[in-house]
Every structure is written in structure tokens, then in C-alpha cells.
Design a protein around this ligand. Sequence first.
Ligand code: BV8
Ligand code: ZN
Length: 250
Amino acid sequence: MEFQAEQLRNARHVVVFSGAGISAESGIPTFRDALTGLWENFDPAALATAQAFRNDPALVWGWYEWRRAKVLGAQPNLAHLAIAELARHVPRVTVVTQNVDDLLERAGCHDVLHLHGSLDLPRCFACARPYALGAEPLDEPQGGRRIEPPRCRRCNGKVRPGVVWFGESLPDDAWRKAVSAAKDCDVLLSIGTSGLVQPAAEIPRIALQHGAQVLHINVQPEPVAGDREFSLAGKAAEVLPRLVEETFPG
Ligand code: BV8
Ligand code: ZN
């Protein structure tokens, strides 16, 4: 059974849940593409953790600055833009992302819930004071180059990336809002995520449990169960604009 466009057309509240796959066509490698993924030279368990930062702050800060430079040099793609367009037609759209880039905001999405933080909000590792990044990152270093983290103006502590590392809890506010939206929505679009990382991966399941239709958009066909879960295989920047155009023509 195919996902029907009118399910989206008649929706009162849609949740859009995104992962690294939605930024792939903006040139930001996902975590799963072993050969080209962000983690090609690094083991996620080794770098995206507070322990890694304690062990080698310059390596971890350098990795995130490399990623932040990639995002600054990237543009939102047609998938990001299609979500902003969808929000102009559906009475209520809640955008929830696992991504730490700002491409959804730059595409015109508002109140994006970042479950795993953001590259643009670094803070002091010691006293948590927010740190204002310079306008331009260092020119793009080769991935993996060490860059000494800046120091906190208040306590001289090392500045850390504003992301949620493995073993760290998700921001309370974003998590609570995401769960509440998943419980309330009529349709949840899950876009470009492997669904491996917990507890974020629970969001589509919560929506399904509360009666929503769930549509997975992924280059890999997703295994689906029951009569309210669907999968559309293809690239987000191709499938999503077509779905929005078919649902809200003209
Ligand atoms: C917590 C920020 C506890 C950092 C990230 C064992 C079993 C289960 C769970 C655990 C376990 N051991 C540990 C855990 C918990 C752990 C976890 O889930 N580990 C996993 C690896 C098993 N989770 C945590 O630690 C979380 N915290 O549990 O806290 C706690 C509780 C109370 C008090 C204290 C502590 C925190 C997890 C957050 C980690 N931070 N990001 C950074 O970015 O560096 S996760 C990071 O990886 C991303 O944010 C994202 O969430 C994840 C990657 O997943 P995706 O986004 O799905 O991307 P991926 O590359 O995997 O997939 C891309 C998909 O797109 C693919 O399916 C591909 O087919 C598709 N695709 C590709 N191109 C396209 C496309 N689709 C469409 N179009 C395309 N063009
Ligand atoms: Zn400080």
C-alpha cells in the first residue's frame, strides 16, 4: 500500500524528523558512508565523546571546526526547502532534527528542535558559559588537523562544541517538545536517518504508537510494518519536493 498524498493534505499537524541523509545533497557527508563519511578517519566512539575532548581537545575541536567550515560552505538543498514550503501549507509543522548543521534554518524553517545540539553554539567545557564564535571559521583545514580550542572569557576553561556527545543527555526542552509533537501529530515524515542512535530513534515509533502515519524517505528502502508505516526509496532532495508538489499543487 502506498502513502497517499491526501493523508498529508488533510494533516493538521506534521512532524518532520531528519537525520544526516537530508544534508547529504548539500555536500555534508553522512555518518554511515564509511568511505566518505565524517567518521572515515575517526571512530565515533573515539571522537564524539567528552572523554575524547579531555584526552585530546585540539583533535576534537579541529574535527568540529572542519565540519563547521563544511556547513558554512554548503547551501540548503531542495529537501530543506521543501520542508519550509510544507510549513506554508500545513497548519502546524514541528521540525525535529538529529543534525547539528543549520541548513534547515537557512532554508526558512522556524523553531527547529535540535536533539543533538548545534555546531553554532559552543560553550565553556568548565563553566558552560556560551562562547561567541568568530564570524568566519579558520580556512578549511584537512579533516583531522588539530586546532587548539579557544578559552572561556570568564574562567579560561576550554571551549567545547555545542553538540550532544555519546553518553550525554539530550537537551530537556527539545526532547520534551519532540516527544509531545510525535504524540500529537497526524503524519511523521522521517527523512534520511538510519535510526541507530537512541533515544532520538524513538521519535518515529512514538508517532506510530499514537496513531500517526509514518513515511520514511531514505535512499535505502526501509522495512515497514502495519498499515500506517510507509517507505519511499530515493534521494530526499528528489522525493520530498515531488511529494510536497503533488500534495499541494500550484
Ligand atoms: C544518551 C552529535 C544517556 C555529535 C550525535 C547500545 C545500544 C543502544 C544505545 C546505546 C548503546 N550504547 C550507548 C547507547 C546510547 C547512545 C547510542 O545511541 N549509541 C548508538 C551508536 C548505539 N546514545 C547516546 O549516548 C545519547 N545519549 O543515551 O544519554 C544518558 C541518559 C541520562 C543521563 C546521561 C546520559 C546521545 C546520542 C547523541 C550522539 N550525538 N550527534 C556529532 O554530530 O558529532 S549522533 C549523530 O549520529 C547524529 O546526530 C545522528 O543522530 C547520528 C547519525 O545518524 P543519522 O543522522 O541517521 O545519520 P546516518 O549517517 O547514521 O544515516 C544517514 C541515513 O541517511 C542512512 O540511512 C542513509 O541511507 C540515508 N541517506 C544518505 N543519503 C541520503 C539518505 N537518505 C535520503 N537522501 C539521501 N541523499
Ligand atoms: Zn568558563
